[in-house]
Design a protein around this ligand. Sequence first.
Ligand code: SF4
Length: 403
Amino acid sequence: MSGLRQMVPGSARADNPLAGSVLADNPPVADALGLYIHVPFCARRCHYCSFNTAPLDDGALTRYLAALRRELDLLAALPWAGRVRLATVFLGGGTPSLLTADDLTAALERLHSRFDVVADAEITVECNPESVTRAKLEGYRAAGVNRLSLGVQSLDDAVLERLGRLHDARGARAAFAAAREAGFANLSVDVMYGLPGLDVPGWTRAIETVLDWRPEHLSAYGLTLEAGSLWGAAGVDGLPPEQTQIDQYWQLARAAAARGFEHYEISNYARPGFRSRHNQIYWRASEYLAAGPGACGFIGRLRYANAKATPRYCEALEDGVLPVDSFEALTPRQRLAERLMLGLRLADGVPAAWLEERLAGDLPLARRVADWRDGRLLLEAGGRVRLTEAGFLLSDALFVDLL
Ligand code: SF4
């Protein structure tokens, strides 16, 4: 996985190991849901990565795939599952493209046999360039996958090596071409800025090159060093100054706009009609199921997470129980804060009434929001409030206040 992680705010964890039954008692409100499937395996761990990954040991993938099938069966057996449809499916990781076409076909067949997947469901697979071929991608397409998210990250071979990635710039270009040749008409490319050794001219060249490929969607995340990553623990030399990161952000915003992309979410750009339907479920605080180790879902008022360690996830399913090991029922106040924080990531913003409700009785926050309006970081029009491009850049500070 390279860019978007599942949006899981909140800190409270109900200590209720493998409490899958809570899902049975918390039916969803919506009749159409998303489904996130986490594929944890990576051939090697990138130096900046803090995602939930697992080594590809002998037998681990086979065991995981059996557990995943069992999990889909158990989710489909929930008392309310028969009345919901799946509108989006997203296989993230990890490196889902380590799955063979046959493995992926079997998993999706199981899904279709157990759930009502809508006819035009968006089905996305995250791919790393070194793990795909045209033949494999043709197999993915035949299995029903209709969108790929390609983890390119950089087109500078020295930077890629430093990140610990397994592909080079040529391999990234070849993977994109293979995806087109395999017939994919909806391709997203992930890139990263704020990388050590990446200056503004290098970044500009990379994004112009990627835009020349004519993807339908682009995700761009600034490097963050989090606990759990090698660099987060050991540090890394050569990080660019903050102003370079800001310049890189603006460079991308301008270049993408010049090519007709909508900057529809803080870190995401799309040609008209190609916004990620699955990721919008997260940003709109809508409901989605989760499968796979460490995957997080949101159903009814319940935010929940699966057992993170892949062996423990597999053991639960081998014992015939859902591998849910933490959950949190959101209070109305938490739900409102979350809707605001997620919704303000979108260029469409949120209803102004939501913000007014949050500000009621909180004078310090109301003053800060007034400053944001005065500084034209936050705009209100047509009954909605939204962040401007400049507001996007500074949004973390506001989101902390809103929680
Ligand atoms: S490919 Fe790299 S960044 Fe993506 S999940 Fe694997 S180790 Fe992490």
